[in-house]
Design a protein around this ligand. Structure first.
Ligand code: TEU
Ligand code: CA
Length: 563
């Protein structure tokens, strides 16, 4: 059944990183019973969908993005029965559950991979195996089949003595890439997806899904300083990607069963996203893209910091709004478990501006066309971790980078600074529920240090303040539910070159919204070049008594009078 008014067009999704959300048994690690204890909180916030980051059985080399059993819950998080209970508890509150689907790769402990290491086994072609480079002794330096780098640094190939060949791993060496060219692999994955849908899940967030069909692995790519090629475009969006996505949709019944799908895709632009999300393609519902979270880096390397230019960010976001205006759909986000905290990165996390900037970021994002994704903790304006020593970090990406950078002779202070700004651990510190020593997250020792500011920035505090970031999010979420113009209105960017103001309109028939957001700390006089607001109604604002100047980090949403 094709639905031009898909149910997720006025939905807001909330991402839970279970390890850091709520710990029910005091072992310092969040778990499913912890999530269960917070379903009323989610219902009160008003979100429609929960995306649960992986809870499958895993050796946790990449915090669960390395799966050893797709059909079981890791004991660290609980049991399948707990998950069934969570699905029921969410459904009882009208909230859908979307599972993280990590099928570009498995864990090296997955039985498929264990079997595949035997060249005589039936699963020998389930992963991407290649012999050593011509003229090289297998397992010696430089013998890797190509110079493909892993997403977390170092070679993307690992030699396996048992097999006498190399396997491809675009992430850690404990995350071997599945061979999607093999129809048996695809059938096994679709079967597993149907199993989850039959269990009651409402859709999937698909990890690095544009890597399943690879343009590679045949040749060397342009090499960086370490001789390796890290360019995702060398591997992403392979020739069979449309075919695989359409097949998955058909075989799992994604469109028929009205399932929510969001594919994560690095290395795409707005035109490509339209091709994957157009209804007629019957592939995906929407795509998590990366261009807008790369505007503050100076090269393809995320640690290579650059100043954020608002005009650049606006032009990227607007390019998706325009390209997907007629067909296709946007996933909207400023933060997740892979990105720093949005208020520290795009806003201003100082005492003076933290709340206003968190609200203004939210206003801007939630008034765009698409499905907003709210990452746990952003609704209370949680900040970056503020770690200063490598010992405080856990993330495999940060730790790898630290080791590599020091080996290459970079000064430690600069390396720690870049990690402080960009580490994924910034967003992975425990959710702050209250001001107690364990932040209401745990009664034990948390797996990652709790933010020092949790005495001020926590849910209890946010609940008691009618002007909190949390209350602002509740209003934004209900606006999306109530106003068709928020869901369907045509987007138009105003003042594209302005480096302080983010302004746009949304228009649907005779309804028109004007969003005025000051993304700077300074006061900005009301600009020329925006529609006249005499007779307009202020629907939402961050500041009391709005005047003809936009205060630092002030934002407003107006309903313009009908002509
Ligand atoms: O992330 C994919 C991805 O592109 C990451 O490499 C991302 O660019 C990086 O984390 C930014 O620093 C997905 C998951 O979201 C991530 O948590 C996993 O580690 C990765 O896939 C491998 O499964
Ligand atoms: Ca626990």
């Amino acid at each position: 059944m094709m639905d031009p008014m898909a149910w997720w067009h006025d939905a807001v999704a909330y991402q839970i990183y279970p390890r850091s959300f709520a710990d029910s048994n005091g072992d310092g690690i969040g778990d499913l019973r912890g999530v269960l204890s917070k379903v009323d909180y989610l219902a009160a916030l008003g979100v429609d969908v929960v995306w649960l980051s992986p809870v499958y059985r895993s050796p946790m080399d990449d915090n669960g993005y390395d799966i050893a059993d797709y059909r079981d819950v890791d004991p660290m998080f609980g049991t399948l029965a707990d998950l069934d209970e969570l699905i029921a508890a969410l459904h009882a509150r009208g909230i859908r559950l979307v599972m993280d689907l990590v099928v570009n790769h498995t864990s090296d402990e997955h039985p498929w991979f264990v079997e595949s290491r035997d060249p005589a086994s039936a699963k020998r072609d389930w992963y991407i195996w290649r012999p050593a480079r011509d003229g090289f002794e297998p397992g010696t330096p430089g013998a890797e089949p190509t110079n493909a780098g892993s997403g977390f640094g170092g070679p993307g190939w690992e030699y396996d003595p048992a097999r006498g060949e190399y396997y491809l791993h675009l992430f850690t060496r404990r995350q071997p890439d599945l061979n999607w060219e093999n129809p048996e692999v695809r059938a096994a994955i679709y079967d597993m997806m149907r199993w989850w849908v039959d269990r009651g899940v409402d859709g999937f967030r698909m990890d690095v899904i544009n890597l399943i069909s690879k343009t590679y692995p045949a040749v060397d790519g342009p090499a960086g300083p370490d001789g390796l090629c890290y360019d995702v475009n060398m591997v992403a969006n392979g020739p069979r990607l449309h075919e695989f996505l359409a097949e998955m949709n058909r075989e799992v019944g994604i469109t028929e069963r009205d399932l929510f799908t969001v594919g994560e895709m690095a290395g795409v632009d707005a035109e490509l996203v339209r091709s994957y999300t157009a209804e007629s393609a019957r592939e995906l519902g929407m795509v998590i893209t990366f261009e807008h979270v790369q505007v503050d880096q100076a090269s393809a390397v995320k640690w290579d910091l650059a100043e954020l230019k608002l005009s650049k960010l606006k032009s990227v976001l607007a390019s998706y709004q325009y390209a997907l205006a007629e067909e296709g759909w946007n996933a909207l986000y400023l933060g997740n478990h892979d990105q720093p905290r949005s208020v520290s990165r795009f806003g201003d996390d100082s005492e003076q501006f933290r709340q206003a900037s968190a609200k203004t970021l939210a206003t801007t994002l939630h008034l765009l066309k698409g499905t907003p994704f709210l990452y746990q903790g952003d609704e209370i304006g949680m900040t970056n971790a503020g770690f200063t020593s490598i010992d405080q970090y856990d993330d495999v990406e940060s730790v790898h980078f630290y080791e590599q950078a020091l080996t290459m002779g970079l000064p430690e202070a600069a390396v720690l600074f870049a990690i402080g700004v960009k580490s994924r651990d910034n967003a992975r510190t425990p959710m702050c529920w209250d001001a107690s020593p364990g932040a209401g997250f745990t009664t034990g020792k948390p797996w990652l240090q709790i933010n020092a500011n949790h005495d001020r920035i926590n849910v209890v505090e946010a609940m008691s303040d009618p002007n909190s970031v949390l209350q602002h999010y509740r209003r934004l979420i209900s606006m999306r539910h109530e106003l068709a113009v928020v869901r369907d209105g045509v987007f138009e960017l105003l003042l594209a070159d302005d480096e302080e103001l983010f302004c746009f309109t949304r228009t649907l028939g005779s309804e028109r919204l004007l969003v005025m957001a000051n993304w700077s700390t300074g006061s900005v006089p009301w600009p020329h070049g925006v529609p006249d607001i005499s007779g307009a109604r202020l629907l939402l604002g961050t500041h009391p008594d709005p005047g003809d100047v936009l205060a630092g980090w002030e934002s407003r949403v107006y309903a313009l009078p009908v002509e």
